[in-house]
Unconditional design. Structure first.
Length: 188
């Protein structure tokens, strides 16, 4: 199925998404990679505030390249999501509803996605230059000292992603392998 999603999204919209759906995201999302996740995680554990309100928020695991003159942002391809797995359950418990990256997630993260009614999306790795065209504004809002890993507030239009893990925990990486085995009778 193909659908559009305005973010922040409500819980009902997220519940209707299914593993394997193609989605075009429009709205405000944030970027954060390893170093920013660690800072937010440590701050939350210490009872401190973090620089973004996670309630209903989507985070794109992105560390963009510098923007060329006249461009909003440089190449904007996803980074490997499993690098954030240690921090993700706590952020999901704080209201995070969507994550965009690439690659598999741990069982602990998948369980937390189900518990919190969140969704994990994949953006196409290697297509960062094309994905950057969907980013209409970019502003560093926290952790500027982290350079490309600073937290940015982005406004995106029709950012193409695929639902990998839906709010029920259905995982495209597992179901696609099973479908292949059933269809072709082979081990993947």
């Amino acid at each position: 199925m193909e659908t559009t999603l305005q973010v922040p999204a409500d819980n009902e919209e997220l519940k209707n998404l299914r593993s394997g759906d193609y989605v075009y995201i429009t709205g405000t999302i944030y970027t954060a990679r390893d170093a920013a996740h660690k800072r937010m995680y440590d701050s939350l554990l210490n009872g401190e505030n973090i620089p973004i309100d996670l309630n209903g928020t989507f985070i794109y695991y992105l560390g963009p390249t510098p923007a060329r003159p006249g461009e909003v942002i440089g190449s904007a391809g996803p980074t490997t999501s499993s690098r954030m797995d240690k921090y993700t359950p706590l952020l999901l418990n704080q209201g995070l509803k969507g994550m965009i990256g690439k690659g598999k997630r741990s069982e602990k993260v998948i369980d937390s996605i189900k518990e919190n009614g969140a969704v994990y999306f994949a953006a196409v790795g290697g297509a960062g230059a094309l994905l950057s065209k969907c980013i209409k504004s970019s502003e560093v809002i926290a952790y500027d000292d982290l350079g490309t890993e600073a937290i940015r507030k982005l406004y995106v239009e029709n950012l193409p992603v695929i639902v990998i893990v839906d709010s029920e925990g259905n995982n495209l990486y597992e179901s696609a392998v099973e479908e292949y085995k059933n269809r072709y009778g082979k081990e993947a």
